[in-house]
Design a protein around this ligand. Structure first.
Ligand code: KG4
Ligand code: ZN
Length: 335
C-alpha cells in the first residue's frame, strides 16, 4: 500500500507549525515561535497570537512542503489541531487547513492537541506500542492517561484545578522571570535548595496546583512586606520539587495499580529536567520502561499533529467536515 503523505498544522498557542509525514517518516517540521513577541507582555496575548499566526501560517506551510520536497498535490490528507487552546489562534490553523483540504479535495482530520502531545512519542520511539501510560504535563492539562490503542485514550487521573505548566508560568511571573516561565524555573532551580515548604501534602494521590501557586505568591508577598528579598533560586527549587513530586507520586501509584510496564511523558513540562530524572528513577525502581520525547517534540509542533492524524486515518476515525470549528476546551477521551 502507498504510504500516505500527511500535512500537520498546529496553531493552538504561540507557535505556528507545519510538518510533513510520509508513512511513519517525518520529512519536515517547521516551527515559527512567537515567544519573543509575547515576552514583553509577560505571557501570551491571544489577539496578538492570532494576528501573528495569520501572517506566518502560509509561509510556514510552504517551508514545510519545500523542506519535505513535497508539492501540495502530493498530499493525501491534512491533520490540524482544533482544540484545546486559544480559539482565535486555533481558528487560523483550522481555516487554513479547511481551505487547503477543500481546494485539494483531500480529507481533513481534527486533532486533539493533548492526544497529539502523547503521539509525539511515536516519532521519537518508533517501536512504541500501546498499551502504555502517558504522564501528561502541559500548560493546560495534567494527569495520567491510559493509552490502550492508537485511538483509545482514558484519563485515569487529572488535576482538580490548574495545570502544572500554568503553575510554572504564574510562579515565574510572580518572581519577575521572563516568559515562558517553565524553562527559567528549571534553570534557576539547579542553583537553589528546595528548602521552603509551601504546602503540606497530606494525600499523595491528590493532584492540585492552585493551592501551591497561591502559597508561593503569598510567600513572596510576605517576604516583600518584611523587606526581605527572597532567594529566587530556592523558591524555584522548592516550587519545582513540590509541583513535580505531586505529579510523579500520582503517576507512580497509577502505574502500580495498572500493572502496565511502559510509560511515556507528554507535553511542554516533560522538558523539565527534574521531572525527567524523578520520573525515570521512579520507573526504574518499579521496573517500568519510560520514554521522553526530545526537547523539540515536547513543546508545540506540527509533527506530533501529523502523527496523531496518521493514527486516526489508519484506525478509520471519520474525517472532519468543513464545518469544523475551534474548541478552547477539549477532553482527552479517544475517538
Ligand atoms: O504542553 P504545552 O505546549 O502546553 C499546552 O499544550 O497546554 O507546554 C507549554 C508549557 C508552558 O507552561 C511552559 O512554561 C512549560 O510547558 N515548559 C516547561 C519547561 N519547558 C516548557 N516547564 C517546566 N520546565 C521546562 N523545562
Ligand atoms: Zn501544547
Amino acid at each position: 500500500m502507498k504510504e500516505k503523505i500527511i500535512l500537520g498544522i498546529e496553531t493552538s498557542c504561540d507557535e505556528t507549525s507545519a510538518a510533513v509525514l510520509k508513512g511513519d517518516t517525518l520529512l519536515s517540521n517547521v516551527i515559527s515561535s512567537q515567544i519573543d513577541i509575547h515576552r514583553r507582555f509577560g505571557g501570551v496575548v491571544p489577539e496578538i497570537a492570532s494576528r501573528n499566526h495569520l501572517t506566518a501560517i502560509l509561509p510556514v506551510i510552504d517551508e514545510a512542503l519545500n523542506k519535505a520536497g513535497v508539492g501540495r498535490s502530493d498530499l493525501d490528507a491534512i491533520a490540524v489541531t482544533y482544540g484545546a487552546g486559544l480559539v482565535g489562534a486555533l481558528l487560523v490553523g483550522v481555516s487554513a487547513a479547511k481551505a487547503l483540504a477543500y481546494s485539494l479535495n483531500i480529507p481533513l482530520h481534527a486533532v486533539n492537541h493533548i492526544e497529539a502531545h502523547i503521539a509525539a512519542n511515536y516519532i521519537s520511539t518508533p517501536d512504541l506500542k500501546p498499551p502504555f501510560l502517558a504522564v501528561v504535563a502541559s500548560g493546560g492539562h495534567t494527569g495520567v492517561c491510559r493509552v490502550d490503542g492508537h485511538n483509545k485514550f482514558t484519563m485515569l487521573s487529572s488535576t482538580t484545578d490548574d495545570a502544572i505548566g500554568e503553575a510554572f508560568d504564574k510562579v515565574a511571573r510572580a518572581l519577575g522571570l521572563k516568559y515562558p516561565g517553565g524553562p527559567e524555573i528549571d534553570k534557576l532551580a539547579k542553583m537553589g535548595e528546595p528548602n521552603i515548604k509551601f504546602v503540606e501534602r497530606k494525600h499523595k494521590t491528590e493532584l492540585s496546583y492552585s493551592g501551591l501557586k497561591t502559597a508561593v505568591v503569598n510567600y513572596l508577598h510576605t517576604m516583600e512586606q518584611r523587606g526581605v528579598s527572597p532567594v529566587t533560586e530556592d523558591v524555584c527549587a522548592s516550587f519545582q520539587q513540590t509541583a513535580v513530586d505531586m505529579l510523579v507520586d500520582v503517576a507512580t501509584s497509577t502505574i502500580k495499580k495498572s500493572g502496565i510496564k511502559t510509560v511515556v511523558a507528554a507535553g511542554g513540562v516533560s522538558a523539565n529536567s527534574y521531572l525527567r530524572s524523578k520520573l525515570k528513577s521512579e520507573c526504574d525502581t518499579l521496573g517500568v520502561t519510560v520514554y521522553f520525547p526530545p526537547m523539540s517534540l515536547c513543546t508545540d509542533n506540527a509533527a506530533m499533529v501529523a502523527m496523531r492524524g496518521k493514527h486516526m486515518i489508519d484506525g478509520g476515525v471519520p474525517a472532519a467536515g468543513l464545518d469544523l470549528n475551534a474548541k478552547s476546551y477539549l477532553k482527552i477521551e479517544g475517538n
